[in-house]
Ligand binder design. Structure first.
Ligand code: BTN
Length: 320
């Protein structure tokens, strides 16, 4: 992390002279670094003659030590925190290629090419949200992959409910919504042979303190907008990790069928009239629930049909 940002993160005024003295550089060098912080990280810095420089709002940066204080699971993992990266999922995949032992947790303050499902972009501004990718090794068990992305969604929903969003719920397969607005998304990526040894990246994006983002192309909200409070991202990462580990253990021990009912209880669109979209194809039906593998059960023209696959998406039908 830039030392200049470390000095400014308290959100107070700092004179150019004091900053220059702390970093052992000239005032004009400070000025240049400030321009870079604004241009590269999208930060807003107030510059007031006679008072100095101030971040528009104070920021708390991600810290492995802080997270580890609240999560014994994270303490045991290989944690990698980046100021800026293309995508934490992409970095997690690179770490698998390089043969890093799992679990590896990749976190970033911002992503320049955050990936969403179905080729969408995940808007990822600096120091506002959580961009989280956990690498796990899966040994010979298709069963361990069944419903896995839904289990991650459940863990995120549970964590957000604990953090002042009682209305957080799920939308198949793994969006976390408040009402119609998306607060978190999940993207799983797999490398290797699912029937033998493979690695899975559990990618989680949570809108935490973000209050505006014109580029997001769907209805969205954030923990802060819903709860009215600024949230400590380190504590949220820690809690998410603990809840996730506990769900993953249950899933590994008993399979997805043991979690299916709990997932359906959190599903906001149970019984709703929906359209299921797969590319240019569309099927209208009513949501019955999910099966023991996490596939969607729809009633279509009075008959039950089952759908699964990463490229599918659900829409509510008008008036439902
Ligand atoms: C979705 O479209 O709902 C899935 C969004 C997943 C975003 C997260 S942010 C952390 C991780 N890194 C990425 O590039 N994507 C996932």
């Amino acid at each position: 992390m830039s030392t200049l940002l470390e000095l400014l993160k308290d959100g107070r005024f700092h004179s150019g002279q004091a900053l220059g003295e702390s970093l052992g550089v000239s005032r004009s060098a400070i000025w240049k670094q400030l321009q870079l912080l604004e241009a590269e990280l999208g930060l807003v810095i107030h510059k007031v003659r006679g008072r100095g420089y101030q971040l528009a709002s104070p920021i708390t940066l991600l810290s492995e030590a802080e997270i580890g204080q609240h999560s014994s699971s994270v303490k045991a993992w290989d944690v990698r925190i980046f100021d800026s990266i293309d995508s934490t999922n992409a970095e997690a995949l690179r770490s698998i290629e390089q043969g890093g032992g799992s679990p590896i947790l990749v976190l970033a303050e911002r992503q320049t090419a955050g990936r969403g499902r179905r080729g969408r972009k995940w808007v990822s501004p600096f120091a506002e949200n959580i961009y989280y990718s956990l690498v796990l090794r899966i040994d010979g068990g298709m069963r361990q992959l069944e419903g896995l992305s839904l289990v991650v969604g459940l863990a995120v929903m549970h964590t957000l409910r604990e953090h002042g969003i009682p209305g957080a719920g799920l939308k198949w397969p793994n969006d976390v919504l408040v009402g119609r607005k998306k607060v978190a998304g999940i993207l799983l990526e797999l490398v290797g042979d699912p029937a033998d040894v493979c690695h899975v990246v559990l990618g989680v994006g949570i809108n935490v303190n973000m209050q505006s983002a014109e580029e997001v192309d769907q209805e969205w909200t954030s923990v802060r907008l819903e709860s009215g409070k600024t949230v400590d991202r380190n504590q949220l990462v820690a809690r998410l990790s603990e809840v996730l580990v506990s769900y993953l253990e249950r899933h590994k021990r008993n399979g997805f069928s043991a979690i299916q009912e709990e997932w359906e209880q959190g599903h906001l669109w149970q019984g709703r009239a929906v359209s299921l979209i797969a590319g240019v194809n569309k099927v209208d039906g009513v949501v019955l629930g999910i099966d023991r593998q996490g596939a969607l059960r729809l009633s279509v023209e009075g008959e039950e049909r089952v759908y699964s696959g990463g490229e599918l998406s659900l829409r509510l039908r008008d008036g439902s």
